[in-house]
Design a protein around this ligand. Structure first.
Ligand code: HEM
Ligand SMILES: CC(C)=CCC/C(C)=C/CC/C(C)=C/COP(=O)(O)OP(=O)(O)O
Length: 297
């Protein structure tokens, strides 16, 4: 009974985002951690992400039934009624936003709202089905959780927050493209315009290589800008160049599916490792200038 209500929230994605929330939060904390704020931020963001995922699953029922990977999902099987699904998604979202509003700050709430609107509104409702740029727009939503974690502490969108946004946005492109390659038949069957389907696997390999190079530069900028230390820099360089070398083997591989699945698995290892390293190897920076002070209208 309960299991279907857990599965419909995409626990794997929630867990992955939780790691990046903690990474952003601890990076901004710079050693002085407010654990009650951390707990509220983790739960609040997880509830908002869960809400977004339930809405996404509700919206995607018609295409999920066409893909091997998703055809057995809870809503495709009709295990939860549409009305209950919508109510459940709303309750998760209300609880998450209320928690963030009560215990964090308006800037964090605004980034949660941004991530939610981009994921459910722009990506799920429209771009995923209509545009090859859906993944690029979707990556903005996936970059929201670590920025929420960071801003829950900093209460300002400074250079550190911007670098986090860029790191996580760039990371998601090879992550998603690798999936789109090893799940190529699924996306073709569901007519989802991901890059490999629209422009071919060779072009996608070029994009993957360029995005990983951009990702490496962005990850190193955290240390160069004084937000993270040299242990983080070393690990970021090893992980980034390891991922790049793995990507480059794609130009010689005889089996794109196996190569892409390895690249996807490495993407999870990469982002998890970096989230941990930025949590433990921050550096004491002077109070950074705010780049962007969102004000609530
Ligand atoms: C443009 C953004 C993203 C896209 C299009 C995307 C797409 C996907 C897809 C389709 C899967 C299922 C792969 C499979 O099972 O074959 C997946 C798995 C996964 N993704 Fe992403 N993802 C994105 C962002 C993220 C973010 C931001 C995180 C966390 C930081 C994340 C973490 C994971 C994890 C942990 C898995 C494996 C667990 C699972 O399959 O549920 N992804 N991703
Ligand atoms: C604050 C907030 C709500 C942030 C959103 C965090 C989040 C869920 C990021 C993932 C973004 C994304 C495009 C996932 C793929 O969805 P998909 O529909 O392509 O995946 P699927 O085919 O497995 O359903």
């Amino acid at each position: 009974m309960i299991k279907k209500y857990l599965l419909v929230t995409k626990p794997g994605i929630i867990f992955g985002n939780m790691i990046s929330v903690i990474g952003g939060f601890l990076l901004a904390s710079q050693g002085s951690v407010d654990f009650s704020l951390l707990f509220a931020t983790i739960i609040g963001v997880s509830l908002v992400v869960a809400s977004g995922c339930v809405f996404n699953n509700y919206i995607d029922r018609d295409i999920d039934c066409l893909m091997e990977r998703t055809k057995n999902r809870v809503l495709v099987q009709g295990l939860i009624s549409p009305a209950i699904t919508i109510l459940y998604a709303c309750l998760l979202g209300i609880a998450g936003f209320a928690l963030l509003y009560a215990y964090t700050n308006l800037l964090a709430v605004e980034f949660a709202l941004l991530g939610f609107v981009v994921y459910v509104g722009l990506y799920s409702l429209y771009l995923k089905r209509k545009s090859v740029y859906g993944t690029l727009v979707g990556s903005l939503s996936g970059a929201a959780p670590p920025v929420i974690g960071y801003c829950a502490v900093s209460n300002q969108f400074d250079t550190g927050a911007l670098i986090l946004l860029v790191i996580f946005s760039l990371w998601q492109m090879p992550h998603s493209y690798a999936i789109a390659i090893f799940r190529y038949k699924d996306y073709l069957a569901a007519s989802i315009p991901v890059l490999p389907v629209k422009r071919g696997i060779s072009v996608t390999k070029n994009h993957i290589t360029l995005y990983i190079i951009g990702f490496i530069v962005a990850t190193l900028m955290l240390t160069i800008s004084g937000y993270a230390g040299y242990s983080y820099l070393f690990v970021a360089a090893v992980v980034g160049f390891g991922w790049l070398i793995m990507a480059l083997t794609g130009y010689k591989t005889t089996d794109n599916k196996i190569w892409a699945r390895k690249l996807f698995i490495f993407s999870i290892v990469a982002i998890t490792t970096l989230s941990i390293m930025m949590s433990v190897d921050y550096s004491q920076v002077a109070a950074p200038e705010s780049l962007l002070t969102f004000v609530w209208p």
